[in-house]
Design a binder for this molecule. Structure first.
Ligand code: HEC
Ligand code: HEC
Length: 263
């Protein structure tokens, strides 16, 4: 018995090693990922009118078509892209964002306010209209972002701000189509239409428009690498992510309304 036991264990070990070597041929190495800051701990919501504003801001953030319906042209909530109410590192979180605005915008070519940055997501990602800077909806969203920015320092960004950095790769839409069918279509649909109010669309009349950040393959790839597939995040290689993003980009999206190009 005592002699047999090392033998017994050495066989599975050899097998595991062999399988590991075989699997190693097909597994592509993942580039090092930035270490995410720990889970975000929100400050308590203050009482009174300020607390009500923050709560309304969160409602708008989590169900934009319902609570800001005058300004949206599709069914996305802010949380579809800014995951978990804007509190997930590298899913473009709102944490400590308020004190980073006003800021220079590459897209606009000048300094913009936080209100203007939010308006951009309304006219592009939400394919809608900009809520006026002093509207009830905008004030509530600003109160919400300010609350997520309590304790932030002027000019210093949250460590998990934005999306992960990505290498400059060329995406192949034919490979992307096959990867999409296998890894994304079970949730987002063969036709990219998603499921209203549950799963956001990828293309078609109900999606973000062609002026949106998600419509840029490197930006979408950066979002995907870290955050999708939602049930197995972190499993796509950068090349997979570029292939899929390039495929999705090749499908139809509503046109950005040029009347809003200053947003
Ligand atoms: C379809 C996806 C999508 C939706 C929906 C969306 N956004 Fe965005 N948003 C983005 C992307 C992509 C960026 C750019 C991220 C980057 O470049 O780091 C962005 C950036 C932002 C920024 C600037 C973040 C920073 O770090 O400077 C703010 C503020 C913002 N969005 C607010 C909102 C609000 C509020 C809503 C809902 C009304 C919303 N967004 C809806 C995709 C989306
Ligand atoms: C298990 C279901 C599931 C799978 C599989 C999945 N997603 Fe998602 N995806 C979601 C959900 C749900 C959201 C909304 C955000 C959230 O609640 O996490 C989302 C959000 C997104 C968004 C941001 C919103 C938008 O429409 O622009 C993109 C882009 C996206 N997914 C792309 C993909 C791609 C590409 C794949 C395949 C690699 C994929 N997803 C696989 C469930 C899924």
């Amino acid at each position: 018995m005592q002699i047999a036991s090392p033998l017994k264990t050495s066989i599975p070990v050899a097998l595991v090693l062999l399988l590991g070597v075989l699997a190693g041929c097909s597994v592509r190495p993942q580039p090092p990922q930035p270490v995410a800051p720990g889970p975000y701990v929100a400050a308590p919501i203050p009482s009174g009118e300020q607390g009500q504003q923050i709560r309304l801001g969160k409602l708008i953030f989590d169900d934009t078509p319902k609570y800001a319906h005058a300004y949206v042209g599709n069914q996305y909530t802010c949380s579809d892209c800014h995951l978990q109410s804007g509190t997930v590192a590298y899913a473009s979180p709102m944490i400590d964002l308020a004190q980073n605005f006003p800021a220079f915008s590459q897209r606009a070519g000048h300094v913009i306010t936080l209100q203007q940055r939010i308006q951009e997501c309304f006219t592009r990602s939400e394919n809608g209209q900009p809520p006026p800077a002093d509207s009830k909806e905008m004030n509530a969203l600003i109160a919400y972002v300010n609350w997520l920015s309590i304790g932030g320092v002027k000019g210093r960004s949250y460590a998990g701000r934005g999306l992960v950095p990505v290498p400059a790769l060329t995406g192949h839409p034919v490979t992307g189509r096959a990867l999409y069918a296998h890894q994304c279509a079970p949730c987002h649909g063969d036709r990219g239409a998603g499921v209203p109010h549950i799963l956001p669309p990828m293309w078609g009349p109900g999606s973000y428009n062609d002026g949106a950040g998600m419509n840029k393959p490197p930006k979408m790839a950066a979002f995907l690498i870290r955050n999708m597939p939602q049930n197995h995040p972190g499993t796509l290689s950068p090349q997979d992510a570029f292939d899929i993003a390039t495929f999705i980009h090749s499908m139809p999206h509503p046109a950005f309304n040029p009347a809003y190009k200053s947003y």
